[in-house]
Write a protein that binds this ligand. Structure first.
Ligand code: PAF
Length: 344
């Protein structure tokens, strides 16, 4: 009888264990300041989260970053990497960065636009013709200004990585032209531009976090989704009713390696410099690995029986989404959009 009185403590204990394991927020220990005011003994334990699997380039890039940062700071900055949305799906985790309740993440840009609308410009459909085109813009003035502007919403944008060119998969039929999308229930990212684009294409889009998308596909709540080839492969979408894939490449989805500004500001400048350098390296590594895995992942999807439409005439898709450009021209500025479109 007596023991039962404390049973209510068990769920609370479990909850607090989960929160301390999964929740964000850096912890720091130690340290006496030296004569220059530099705190040499202080250590920082940080958590970095993302939504993909352990074999995805997001994870591999973050692990490499963590290893290099730990080495270069003599073990003073430790970063633990959490895959599979364990620290929250992309939108939640981005919000947590703005609030200072998470430390670090890699996320595709689409959900970031809910907190930092300016970044939405890179999620315009058919904006980038190739990876080289995207890299030129993102590594140039436009991209660097976008990273800098994140500070206004409490995030330090450290470097561009990549999610990849997005393609449509579905359970119903091969998609060859926009008419084939008519009425198709498709999961989109939580981003107004994506939503408008799929409405313009005649589909029935439902925005939801990736954490809900798999169940929605398995249970037939939605019949389709769109993501890069490597995501379809690493998440085995062929086991979630996805029989067809069309290589529409309707938008290039960049990713950002980012930090909570309030956590960032607690780090000594020399560690910030190391983190910046290692994030740039990790971003490049992610781009590289995703580019390389496109072919390999496509092979896996074919072997698993997915029917892939590889030759797609994208002109009618591009034409159908023109109203989306008209709608967002005033928000992003026609000149800026044209400047990106015309970057060679
Ligand atoms: O579709 C999404 O939500 C994103 O592309 C994903 C899979 C989380 C990767 O950033």
């Amino acid at each position: 009888m007596k023991r039962k009185r404390f049973l209510w403590l068990v769920p609370m204990l479990v909850l607090s264990l989960i929160l301390s394991a999964c929740g964000g927020g850096s912890s720091s220990t130690g340290g006496e300041a030296d004569s220059e005011g530099k705190d040499n003994d202080k250590t920082f334990s940080l958590k970095a989260g993302h939504s993909l699997t352990e074999d995805h380039p997001y994870h591999i890039g973050l692990l490499e970053l963590a290893k290099n940062v730990e080495e270069r700071t003599d073990g003073k900055v430790k970063i633990e990497v959490f895959p599979l949305s364990q620290l929250g799906a992309e939108r939640e985790l981005t919000e947590a960065l703005t609030l200072g309740t998470a430390d670090m993440s890699v996320s595709s840009t689409a959900p970031i636009a809910n907190f930092y609308p300016e970044i939405g410009i890179v999620d315009m459909p058919f904006l980038f013709e190739s990876r080289e085109h995207a890299y030129k813009v993102l590594d140039g003035e436009v991209g660097q200004e976008l990273l800098k502007g994140m500070e206004n919403v409490g995030i330090v944008g450290l470097a561009w990585g990549e999610n990849g060119f997005r393609h449509i998969t579905n359970a119903k039929q091969p998609i060859n032209k926009p008419e084939d999308l008519k009425g198709l229930k498709i999961r989109t990212q939580e981003n107004p531009i994506h939503l408008d684009a799929f409405n313009a294409l005649g589909a029935k889009p439902t925005p939801m976090a990736w954490t809900e998308a798999l169940t929605a596909l398995q249970q037939g709540v939605v019949d389709a989704q769109e993501n890069p080839i490597v995501v379809a492969d690493t998440y085995k979408l062929y086991e979630a009713n996805q029989k067809y894939m069309t290589l529409t490449g309707h938008l290039y989805s960049p990713a950002v390696i980012m930090f909570s500004k309030s956590v960032w500001d607690t780090l000594p400048g020399e560690y910030q410099d190391i983190l910046k350098e290692e994030s740039k390296k990790a971003g490049d590594q992610i781009r590289d690995l995703i580019t390389k895995s496109d072919e390999e992942s496509l092979k896996v999807l074919k072997e698993q029986g997915m029917e892939i439409v590889e030759e797609v005439d994208v002109a009618p898709f591009r034409e159908a989404i023109q109203p989306v450009y008209e709608k967002y021209e005033s928000e992003f500025g026609k000149e800026k959009l044209d400047a990106i479109l015309n970057t060679k």
